[in-house]
Design a protein around this ligand. Structure first.
Ligand SMILES: Cc1cc2nc3c(=O)[nH]c(=O)nc-3n(C[C@H](O)[C@H](O)[C@H](O)COP(=O)(O)OP(=O)(O)OC[C@H]3O[C@@H](n4cnc5c(N)ncnc54)[C@H](O)[C@@H]3O)c2cc1C
Length: 326
């Protein structure tokens, strides 16, 4: 495998901007991501939610923002390797080699880690055969609202995501039932008030115990933990929103300075390893904000510093993009 100037671990919004900026600076770039598609949290966690704090967009759907960031991030033709998790990092004479779960080896001169919250997995409801229902009506979050058009949807959870989806699907689903294992919610008061006012049925103190159907979901069984009673509900889809488990996993063994599952950097986003930067949600320093708008700024700075490591004659500041012929 050829050695690139810069490897970006993580194809979320911050990693994509790093790839764009490195391309702008004439660097050869490789993006590695464990998910099967680019976009990070925007695509995986909240594609149908509006984002209101992106410069230049009064409001933008996360999936639309991801699409634009993917177009921008790949415009200089970086090599993109998806569906493979980075597991090892080995120093060599010319930089670093990243090893992946599938056995890939990717040499690089410098590295920007934009791994967000790490490779994340949704928390499951914990019923037998749960995975068999994936793609047959069971989902963790919503990727495509139109797939729920006219359907009877159970939304499981009591936090912001669950309540956002109840509100968001009111114009799409034929019926919505909220299922939550307590009678208290962690969602914003405003969302709770709206959902309560909507009058949708809420099954409180209840958990999904079984899913039934042939090709797709047809019914679910829930149990009330207070009364111990079971109830069967006709249902077409179950949308689970009970959180995600994430971990930096193998990255914790790379010799990086880690605090609370985040990579410690200095004010220039340098880690304790030479030529290795960390930006976006994965990094921590005094005053860190976990926002896309601040993360992309970190990425631009880290890339310009990496450029100088690869080419010591390069200026730190490349000039304005509006002065370039792209
Ligand atoms: C519900 C919700 C709403 C939000 N709303 C907003 C908002 O309105 N405005 C805002 O600014 N921010 C918002 N955020 C936060 C924002 O999404 C994050 O700050 C942003 O996604 C961070 O980008 P990132 O590129 O650093 O990481 P991520 O988007 O997490 O991307 C990291 C990528 O790295 C990959 N990865 C991780 N580990 C490995 C590995 N070992 N090997 C290979 N790949 C790996 C992951 O698969 C992932 O694709 C929201 C977050 C959530 C959950």
């Amino acid at each position: 495998m050829n050695r690139v100037d810069l490897t970006v671990i993580g194809g979320g919004p911050v990693g994509l901007f790093a790839a764009f900026y490195a391309g702008l600076r004439g660097m050869s770039v490789r993006i590695l991501d464990s998910l099967p598609e680019l976009g990070g949290q925007l695509t995986a966690l909240y594609p149908e939610k509006y984002v209101f704090d992106m410069p230049g967009f009064p409001k933008v759907l996360a999936k639309d923002l991801a699409r634009q960031m993917i177009e921008q991030g790949t415009q200089f033709g970086p090599e993109v390797v998806l569906d493979d998790t980075c597991t090892t990092l080995t120093q060599d004479d010319a930089g670093w080699t990243i090893g992946t779960r599938s056995g890939g080896e990717y040499p690089t001169r410098t590295l920007v880690i934009a791994a967000g919250v790490g490779a994340f997995q949704p928390t499951k409801i914990g019923i037998e055969g749960e995975e068999d229902w994936l793609g047959r009506g069971l989902s963790y979050g919503v990727r495509d609202k139109s797939a729920l058009q006219g359907k009877r949807v159970a939304i499981v959870g009591g936090g912001d995501s669950a309540f956002d989806w109840v509100l968001n699907l009111m114009d799409t689903a034929s019926e919505i039932t909220l299922i939550h294992r307590r009678d208290q919610f962690r969602a914003h008061e405003d969302s709770i008030e709206k959902v309560v006012a909507s009058g949708i049925p809420m099954k409180l103190w209840c958990e999904v115990k079984a899913i039934h159907g042939s090709e797709r979901i047809e019914r679910i069984t829930i149990q009330n933990s207070q009364t111990k009673e079971f109830e069967e509900l006709p249902m077409d889809a179950v949308v689970v929103n009970i959180g995600f488990k994430s971990s930096l996993g193998p990255m914790l063994q790379w010799g990086l300075d880690i605090q609370k599952n985040q990579i410690v950097t200095d004010a220039l986003y340098r880690t304790n390893l030479p030529g290795v930067f960390a930006v976006g949600d994965v990094c921590t320093f005094d005053g860190k904000l976990k926002l896309i708008a601040t993360g992309v700024g970190e990425a631009a700075t880290a890339v310009c510093l990496a450029k100088q490591l690869v080419d010591p004659n390069a200026k730190l500041f490349p000039g304005h993009s509006s002065d370039m012929n792209l």
